[in-house]
Design a protein around this ligand. Structure first.
Ligand SMILES: Nc1ncnc2c1ncn2[C@@H]1O[C@H](COP(=O)(O)OP(=O)(O)OP(=O)(O)O)[C@@H](O)[C@H]1O
Ligand SMILES: [Mg+2]
Length: 270
């Protein structure tokens, strides 16, 4: 059995495929690279009754993989390039032959992949870490679920300058409720809920627009969203707005937060 471990900037994920093809997976908080990797390995083996002798290879990836230069517990340990792992994982999770992937982790990376090739398209430092950092300072909250809870009750009109604030009519596909300037109209009575939603809106609009440019430049109209940033309803809803404006649809595969670890587990080369 091969165990894929993605040691990300914030969380560590481990994935393996059982003989019958079923995927098993665990997630842990990121600590230092070695503690995260050995912790995730311990968790996935113990929770699934896997003996250490059954593991033939460990494939590590993610930023933390650079810091581990030895075999883990004497098991042959290989480093897989993170971009390759994201591409392989996304190919496994979706059915298209040519894809643009927006991996929203602590930061965001955009990858393009087809059946033969995987390459780094670009990215942005705006990502989940931006939501956490701004929320900590502006809202005094650093728990992701609490930020989501606040944002779900927010009103964007109290923070963002919208098209309706600057134009009497809609301008082409710029509908009246579209943001003209993020945080451009922040009012004195903007609540924590309003600010939380505006933070999400800024982060997901930046990512959405970059990914939409990437997809368009390749003649595609879908983007596969992976990483922990894939599976929250607020972000998904903001990205859905890109379909209305640009005809680009964003897809959120099940288990997309494990994409990088899945890709690592699928690399069968020794
Ligand atoms: N339950 C959660 N715990 C921690 N972060 C969460 C949670 N849910 C969502 N997030 C968001 O996901 C981000 C981390 O995503 P992910 O685990 O994909 O990144 P990573 O792989 O650690 O980082 P990177 O790929 O950029 O090195 C956090 O910054 C946070 O905004
Ligand atoms: Mg990651």
């Amino acid at each position: 059995m091969i165990i894929g471990i993605d040691i990300g900037s914030t969380t560590t994920k481990a994935v393996a495929f059982k003989d019958d093809g079923t995927m098993i997976r665990v997630k842990t908080r990121g600590l230092d690279a070695l503690t995260s990797a050995s912790g995730a390995l311990g968790k996935i083996t113990i929770e699934n009754n896997i003996g250490i002798g059954e593991i033939g290879q460990i494939n590590i990836t993610g930023v933390g993989a650079e810091k581990i230069n030895a075999d883990i517990f004497g098991i042959p340990t290989k480093r897989v390039a993170e971009f390759t792992a994201i591409g392989m994982g996304a190919r496994y999770l979706c059915s298209q032959d040519r894809i643009i992937i927006a991996n929203i982790g602590t930061g965001t990376v955009i990858i393009e992949a087809d059946k033969e090739n995987i390459s780094h398209f670009g990215g942005t430092g705006v990502g989940g870490g931006t939501i956490m950092g701004l929320s900590k300072k502006l809202l005094q909250v650093d728990n992701f679920d609490s930020i989501i809870e606040l944002a779900s009750k927010g009103d964007l009109k109290k923070v963002d300058l919208l098209i309706e604030d600057i134009a009497d009519t809609e301008i082409g596909y710029l509908y009246k409720d579209v943001t003209a300037a993020n945080f451009g109209k922040i009012s004195d009575n903007a609540s924590r809920e309003d600010l939380a939603l505006a933070i999400f809106n800024m982060v997901y609009q930046v990512i959405g627009m970059l990914a939409a440019f990437a997809a368009r430049s390749r003649g595609l109209n879908t983007v596969i969203v992976t990483g922990n940033g894939s599976n929250n309803p607020i972000g998904q809803n903001i990205l859905a707005g890109f379909n209305r404006m640009f005809g680009i649809s964003f897809e959120f595969p099940d288990h997309a937060e494990y994409t990088t670890a899945i890709g690592a587990a699928l690399d069968v080369t020794g």
